[in-house]
Structure formats: C-alpha cells, structure tokens
Design a protein around this ligand. Structure first.
Ligand code: IMP
Ligand code: ZN
Length: 365
C-alpha cells in the first residue's frame, strides 16, 4: 500500500459528504442522539452497514445530510476531507458538493459554499491552493507558490490544489439548478470551476437541467455529468450528444454508447469500488476500466465517496493494478495523465506536470 500512497495523484470525482470520515459521521450522529433529535441506535446501524445497493446508498445520503447540514459541520467535513486526500499525496483535488438551503439554520446555498471555503482555509497540515493561479501568485497574504518555488526555497511543506464543482441534485427543479449555476459563476474567484449533475439516477429527468447546464457551459464553467449509472439508453445518448467536458461512471453502456463515447473522446471518471459496491458492475475484473484503458480512451481513477465506500484513491490505484495486470510505471503514467483532464487553468497544469516529472525521477520510474 505504501507505494500507492507515495505517488502523486489527482482526484477528479469526490463528493464532499460522501468522503466524510466514519468517525466524524458517528460523532455527529451521537451528538444529535444525545440532544434527543435522532435515534442514535437506528442511525448507527445504517452508518456501519457495509454492503449497500445504489438505492440504499441514497438512503444513507439522506441520513448523512440530516447529520451534516449546518455551517459548523460543513466546514469541519471540508477541512477533514482535504486533509485526508492530502495525506495520501493527492496533489490536485476537485471536490464536488450540492449547495444546500436550510431556512431554519439560516443556511443559503451561498453560505453553504462559504462554509466549505472556511473549511479549506482551516486546513493547517498542508498548504491549500484554491483560488485561481494568477491570484495565488500575486497575493501577498497567500504563501502558496509553485511546486518549484517551494523547492527553491527549501520548503518541505506539502501543497494541494483544490477546485470546487457545484452539484445539481436530480431531485431539484430547473430553477434551483439555475440558482446553483449562478452561484458557481459568482464564486469563480474562490476556486469554483464547474458544475456536476448527480443524485439518484432513478429520479428525475436530466433534460430538466439542460438549460442550466448549457448556460453554465456558455459562461465558461466546466460541466461533468453522472452518466449511465442505471440502464437508460436515451439519456446516455442525449448526455453524450451534449458533449460534457467529462462524464462519471459509464456503467450501463451498450455497444452504440461506447462507439459514441470513443469517437467523442470525452474523459471518463471511473470509480471501481463504488461501482462494484453498488452492484453496477458484476466484478472489478469485469469493470469497463479494462476496455477503456486498452482502447487508450481518456480515463481517470477516482473514489466517488471514499467515506461511504471505505476506500481511498491509493487503494483504487492498487486495486486497478492488481485487477488489470498493470505495473507501477503504467499506473504512475495513468495518474500523471489525469492532469490533462482537470478543470483548472494551464498554469496549474504546468505546475502539476512539473510535480509529476520530479516524482518520477525520485521514484526512479
Ligand atoms: P454532497 O453533494 O456533498 O452532499 O455529497 C453527497 C451527494 O452526492 C449525494 O446526496 C448525491 O446527490 C451525490 N452522490 C454521491 N454519490 C453519488 C453516486 O454514486 N451517484 C450519484 N450521485 C451521487
Ligand atoms: Zn459520483
């Protein structure tokens, strides 16, 4: 495991509340239980259950959201999630989350994202670079410089780039989705780079969000879609025709979908453990990662929900290597190649490329 942890990695598909630590979730549940607001014994059972179908995963998210949707908890979870990814040498993290409104707590979609940003600012174990690169370099109060500068200065502090994607939940209305896109546009200078469409794939119609997604793209935001998590041929075709900047999962694709995907060259965020645990693929060996990798289609290994599925990005790399017979050099190249599909600007890409080249030398690859 040590080697998989040691290589630099890029995480492009991680849901904030799905990446929550088990210990934090249990602590929050216990606190609400002590206040008599929930029945802790019932919730504990749901949290600790190991095997969950896709439907059960969404039931768990409903429980998680009851426990986590207040400003203090959102800030704490964001801080811990970034610390956890940084501790396993994730050097670039695109974190996605659904902005939530809760009038009784004085929470608006904007204040929810502000709490996430506070969480990023509260990280102390590593330097977190989340504002656009040009602003990082010119800001006197921000000590985060490029990887090469850190080395020139003899600084050993680790750095992680973090960018945010705002998710639209498939339960939302078209108006609510547009509100999320407007918020993303307003918060671009705080590291928001794009929009994700997620939520229970058995609920709603993606077409509801087409206008908001189109508008987001026209305004220069990146768009990624959860696509093909359940069999829904027309939706998959329509989503691919939309030409999003990336898609996630692609589990229930048929021959025609593969042809369309491959000719479009849309990069795919692949989450092996998540897909296996939700029974979206029969086994890891049979996962479409193998075929896409062989076909040299752009793919990125991701965790999806490291907390909910008890995994880590290092673990996903280890599993992929073992299941598909890939060596360390090939896996390192896969990690490095992910840099090409990030939603951040060219300067971040260049910095990351330098970081990977340096790591390759150090690891004698
Ligand atoms: P949040 O957006 O930070 O609250 O993260 C949890 C949310 O992400 C869930 O409520 C879903 O809307 C979404 N999500 C997490 N995992 C999945 C998945 O596997 N498929 C679709 N949506 C997901
Ligand atoms: Zn996901």
């Amino acid at each position: 495991m040590e080697w998989w942890v040691s290589i630099p990695k890029v995480e492009l598909h991680a849901h904030l509340n799905g990446s929550i630590r088990d210990s934090t979730l249990l602590e929050l549940a216990k606190a609400l239980g002590d206040k008599g607001l929930i029945d802790f014994s019932q919730v504990e059972h749901v949290i600790l259950k190991n095997d969950r179908s896709l439907t059960e995963v969404f039931k768990l998210f409903d429980v998680i959201h009851i426990l986590t949707t207040d400003h203090t908890s959102v800030k704490r979870i964001a801080k811990e999630v970034v610390e956890d990814f940084a501790s396993e040498n994730v050097v670039y993290l695109e974190l996605r989350t659904t902005p939530k409104k809760n009038d009784s707590l004085g929470m608006s979609k904007r204040s929810y994202i502000e709490a996430v940003l506070e969480g990023l600012r509260a990280v102390s174990s590593v330097d977190v670079a989340f504002t656009p690169y040009s602003e990082e370099l010119t800001s006197l109060s921000n000590p985060v410089l490029s990887v090469t500068n850190d080395i020139c200065n003899g600084s050993m502090r680790k750095k992680i780039f973090v960018r945010l994607l705002l998710s639209i939940d498939r339960r939302e209305t078209a108006e609510a989705a547009m509100e999320t896109v407007m918020l993303a546009l307003e918060m671009r200078s705080f590291g928001v780079v794009g929009i994700d469409l997620s939520g229970n794939p058995a609920v709603g119609e993606w077409i509801t969000y087409l206008q908001a997604l189109r508008f987001a793209r026209e305004q220069g935001l990146y768009v990624t879609l959860h696509c093909g998590e359940v069999p829904n041929s027309k939706e998959i075709h329509d989503m691919l025709d939309f030409l999003p900047h990336r898609i996630g999962h692609a589990c229930f694709f048929d021959e025609e979908h593969w042809i369309k995907l491959k000719s479009s060259n849309i990069p795919v965020e692949l989450c092996l453990t998540s897909n296996f645990r939700t029974l979206s693929v029969p086994s890891i060996d049979a996962h479409h990662f193998g075929d896409l990798y062989q076909a040299k289609h752009p793919v990125v290994l991701c965790t999806d929900d490291s907390g909910v599925f008890s995994t880590s990005l290092s673990n996903e790399y280890k599993i992929a290597a073992a299941s598909f017979g890939l060596g360390r050099k090939e896996m390192f190249e896969l990690a490095k190649n992910a840099v090409e599909f990030i939603f951040a600007d060219i300067l971040v890409k260049e910095d990351l490329r330098r970081n990977f080249n340096l790591a390759a030398k150090n690891l004698e690859l």
